[in-house]
Write a protein that binds this ligand. Structure first.
Ligand code: GLN
Length: 227
């Protein structure tokens, strides 16, 4: 069984789970995948991390999510699994923040100036709320043709108080996934290394489109099953 976990402490985890379940239904009828049995599961406690083959960290609010990760004692184990044991991981929006090794303008209204502990795994620096407040949320067409080697071409990017990637900090194979241009400024909105993927946008909020989840499954989870 290939088990894909979705961190389910807060945020858009239901949407990720439903995308995975719909994708798995589609794949059950696809003979290329007949050797696999897929399972999507919620991660709410440390024990739910057992025997996962990949994990998705959903959108939400990163300060809250870090507090919950510490309170549930998931943080250290998950960090060890992602950064040392190379568990494939994908973070959307808040999830991208949590998977980044460095965070800029890391201020919280509730907790003040905090240097909170992230999970890490992707050697990039992110800047939170790069496009402004909730009201400035937008959708933008993203071209993923090259990054996904033609598996996905045009994709609808949903941005909600989204972070962006300001620098790629190492040459360990970390690369840019995509950019968008707004107000004459080009922003990096996704990055990846061999096992960790982070996107500023939310493919889980695009109804009926499971292509991005399929790409994560193919290129990050199935390719690394024996890591
Ligand atoms: N701005 C949020 C944060 O900093 C992330 C927003 C999102 O996940 N949609 O946590």
């Amino acid at each position: 069984v290939v088990k894909v976990g979705v961190l389910a402490l807060q945020g858009s985890f239901r949407e990720h789970l439903s995308h995975l379940e719909n994708l798995f239904k589609e794949l059950a009828e696809n003979s290329d995948y007949s050797m696999y049995e897929f399972k999507a599961c919620k991660v709410k406690a440390k024990k739910d991390l057992d025997s996962l083959n990949g994990i998705i960290i959903c959108g939400g609010e990163s300060t809250t999510m870090t507090i919950l990760l510490q309170r549930t004692k998931i943080l250290n184990t998950l960090r060890e699994m992602i950064t040392k044991r190379h568990l494939p991981a994908w973070g959307t929006c808040c999830g991208l923040i949590l998977l980044s090794n460095h965070i800029e303008n890391n201020k919280s209204k509730i907790l003040g100036d905090l240097t909170y502990e992230c999970i890490g795994g992707l050697d990039v620096t992110v800047s939170r709320n790069s496009f402004g407040r909730q009201l400035e949320s937008f959708t933008e067409t993203i071209d993923l043709t090259e990054a996904t080697n033609h598996q996905i071409k045009i994709f609808k990017g949903v941005f909600i108080r989204a972070p962006t990637i300001t620098t790629i900090d190492s040459n360990d194979g970390t690369k840019i996934l995509a950019t968008v241009t707004r107000n004459e400024h080009t922003y990096v909105i996704g990055a990846m290394n061999r096992t960790v993927l982070g996107t500023s946008f939310h493919p889980e909020l695009v109804d009926g489109d499971y292509r991005f989840h399929k790409w994560f499954l193919d290129e990050f989870i199935l390719k690394n099953l024996d890591l």
